[in-house]
Design a protein around this ligand. Structure first.
Ligand code: ADP
Ligand code: ZN
Ligand code: ZN
Length: 724
């Protein structure tokens, strides 16, 4: 028999299918890890196919050295997924396969999948000398406790004692078998009485379709998810639920743990490699039947899926922006199709792309239009910061926000102050008239680049001189720069010296539990003010938060990305959803320099549909996705001449496609990347914008050109979230 094997190595030259002979009497499954000879080395690989005939010259084939696993560790469905992803996202086999396995099982750190157990050998008559104390103790221990995991015995009595008993035949070794899936019996737990919308959602989600669950913040989506999962478990099926890393709060984890107990495996970034491996094993063996986690949990080794849920489906973090690049939605929908199960996308602010699919009937739209606790959404008051400036207030806070903060402090309540700091690039804005410097070709804001003191467009690469005067009103108050959380927190401390002011952002949450500690402290601070970035925008339920202040709503708006407006709408809605969650009335103060922008009107009325109608029009007119496809091909190399050479070759070839596809290629150019060097590598890129009609074909041809020309890997990004 012959095996097709993928080698677990990064080199592009090795990233193809190799054939090996399976030695007689060796039992190897498709999906198992193996050791194979490669040149003078022995490498780890994965068997992806077994067949009776070989495709290459048999006399030149080598034999597999040994199998690492007795059973397949990558199940059939995931192997099919590998082929799908390699093709769709132009990925390497090896890096795709790595997504499926915990790091502990990969090249160099091969761990055995099955734990070793020991038990007493009833048929053994050998007497152990009383001087071998440890060995006697082991025998006593096993008599009392029965079969025990090798690690426990070795920890307590030493490895040599265990070994010597085993060699004498006094104890027997057993590898733990794969468990059968445990029965599911719902736990006793106070159950809420579902409202009609929730019940309708649960009843409607039953086919192997994609459902868009559009539920306002606080509408009780979590309850819907739990009921859906419960239903599938009762049918003997398994479930995957994805949440953004940031909302993997202790709150949501304990919710699921108390409802489903040990059937839940939680996969989040706080786990050590070992813990991750353990959770993976519990899923693989069927001990755990619900995988909950961030993006990578979509690769959970579960079969027989009854439902896949993506909560906060609009979140950027579902798109992997580093190698291997993929969109979790594509993977989820592949797995849902294979398992013929429903895929549920939930959000209070669905992505424009998803909502369009729902409008066109590709997705089934289900709505939860009211908050589960019956409370109204908090009132959003928009403050024109231009007016503040004209009235002589050039500070960070408007008079209104200050007055509300004083009110919070006086009534011993809490406030959250939100500052948007996604990324660090910044735009130029006139402090007098609100003018924002934009690209004349692309209608996105320009980004200030300090290293060469220029303004640049991240879509077309066009450069502009830095402005010293506002072209609209002539003022010299035209500045670049963003307000930071630290600045805001310091200001607040000055103003309210006796109030506990907490700060949560990337800088204050570097250690493992810092996130939780800050939230815990905030919970106990009354009055208290929490200043933070998007980290505070979701997932937290604080009863006494009666005020949410959004200091600079514009910072996402002018963020140089065609999705800026969409992000702004999402953020405002999420942040506003933090206020007034309980008995207390909530209020939101939204400060902006461009109060007339449509996004504020719709966001402050919680009018998602109105926003969608406007935004989809803008996209169509400006020819941006979802009406077109943007492709960025990113080249990078230590040697700048090499990248430029390669870029030139590829660009010349790709340009020829224009003859064939004509106006379907709306835009094509080659340029330096906005961030020109990362980790010592020079970065260049080709940007394309394509009409949807022939986008697949152009993409394919472009990929082939690039793939043929380059020895190192080149990254293909489709509708990238981030153009740095
Ligand atoms: P979402 O995720 O849609 O923003 P959550 O799932 O966090 O909303 O629910 C908001 C709050 O409403 C939670 O405290 C939840 O326990 C509560 N809740 C959910 N469903 C109901 C219900 N049917 N009746 C009363 N409270 C509910
Ligand atoms: Zn101006
Ligand atoms: Zn431009």
């Amino acid at each position: 028999m012959f095996a097709k094997v993928i080698i677990d190595q990064d080199a592009k030259a090795l990233d193809r299918v190799f054939e090996y002979i399976i030695p007689e009497e060796t039992d190897i499954d498709v999906g198992a890890r193996v050791y194979v000879p490669f040149g003078s080395r022995i490498l780890q690989g994965y068997v992806i196919k077994i067949s009776g005939a070989c495709e290459y010259d048999q006399s030149k084939l080598k034999s597999i050295i040994s199998a690492i696993d007795e059973q397949s560790v990558i199940k059939k469905e995931l192997l099919a997924l590998m082929h799908f992803m390699v093709k769709k996202n132009h990925l390497k086999y090896s890096s795709t396969l790595r997504l499926f396995l915990p790091s502990e099982m990969r090249e160099g750190k091969v761990k055995e999948l099955f734990a070793t157990y020991y038990c007493l050998n009833e048929n053994c008559q050998i007497e152990i000398s009383l001087r071998a104390k440890k060995q006697i103790e082991i025998i006593e221990f096993l008599k009392q406790n029965g079969k025990t995991c090798s690690a426990i015995l070795k920890d307590n009595f030493g490895a040599s004692a265990v070994k010597s008993l085993f060699e004498k035949g006094v104890i027997l070794q057993e590898k733990e078998q794969v468990f059968r899936a445990p029965e599911f019996s719902p736990m006793n737990q106070k159950k809420v009485c579902l409202n009609e919308y929730q019940q309708n959602a649960i009843d409607s989600i039953c086919d192997d379709k994609t459902y868009l669950l559009h539920g306002v913040t606080g509408s009780g989506k979590t309850e819907v998810y739990m009921n859906l999962i419960e239903r599938e478990l009762a049918k003997g099926k398994n479930a995957i639920m994805l949440v953004p890393e940031i909302s993997l709060t202790p709150q949501i984890m304990s919710n699921f743990k108390s409802r489903f107990g040990d059937l839940v495996a939680l996969l989040h970034s706080g786990l050590s490699a070992g813990e991750r491996f353990d959770e993976w094993k519990r899923l693989y063996s069927g001990q755990a039947r619900i995988a909950i986690g961030a993006r990578s949990a979509i690769f959970a080794p579960l079969e027989n899926l009854g439902i896949i849920i993506i909560d906060e489906e609009h979140e950027q973090s579902y798109i992997s922006e580093s190698n291997p690049r993929y969109d979790t939605h594509d993977v989820a929908s592949f797995r849902a199709r294979t398992n013929q199960c429903p895929l549920v996308l939930g959000s209070a602010t669905p992505s424009i792309d998803s909502y369009k699919m729902a409008k066109e009937g590709e997705y089934q739209l289900i709505e939860l239009p009211v908050r589960a606790n019956g409370k109204e959404m908090p009132v959003v008051e928009t403050i024109d910061m231009m007016n503040e400036l004209r009235a002589g207030n050039s500070g960070i806070f408007s008079n209104k926000l200050l007055a509300e903060l004083v009110n919070v402090v006086n009534s011993n309540k809490q406030a959250m102050i939100f500052i948007n700091r996604r990324g660090y690039s910044s735009f130029m804005r006139c402090r007098e008239c609100g003018y924002i410097a934009k690209c004349c070709d692309c209608d996105v804001s320009l980004v200030y680049h300090k290293e060469d003191n220029r303004l640049k467009c991240h879509y077309c690469g066009k450069q502009y001189r830095v402005l010293s005067k506002c072209p609209k009103c002539g003022s010299d108050q035209i500045k670049q720069g963003a307000i930071g959380t630290e600045q805001v927190a310091d200001k607040l401390k000055e103003m309210f010296p006796s109030v506990n002011i907490l700060r949560m952002d990337n800088d204050t949450t570097t250690t493992k539990n810092s996130h939780q500690k800050i939230l815990e402290e905030f919970k106990n601070s009354k009055p208290g003010i929490l200043v933070g970035t998007q980290m505070i925008a979701k997932g937290h339920d604080f009863e006494d938060v009666i005020l949410v202040g959004i200091v600079d709503g514009d910072q996402t708006l002018y963020h140089t990305d065609y999705r800026s407006t969409e992000r702004t709408f999402q953020l405002i809605t999420q942040v506003a959803g933090r206020a007034g969650r309980s008995q207390n009335e909530g209020k939101v103060i939204l400060q902006t320099y461009s109060p007339k922008h449509y996004v504020y009107k719709f966001a402050s009325n919680y009018d998602y549909k109105g926003f969608y109608r406007k935004e989809i029009n803008v996209r169509e007119t400006a020819q941006f996705p979802p009406y077109t496809r943007i492709i960025r091909i990113l080249f990078s190399d230590i040697n700048e001449n090499n990248v430029r050479e390669l870029l030139k070759i590829c660009y010349t070839e790709i340009e020829k496609l224009k003859a064939k596809y004509g106006r379907d290629i709306i835009y094509l150019d080659a340029m330096k990347s906005p961030v020109q060097r990362v980790q010592g590598k020079y970065r260049y890129q080709i940007m394309m914008r394509l009409n949807l009609q022939h986008a697949d074909a152009v993409e394919c041809e472009a990929f082939e050109i690039v793939d043929k020309a380059s020895k190192t890997s080149v990254f293909f990004e489709i509708n990238p979230q981030n153009l740095s």
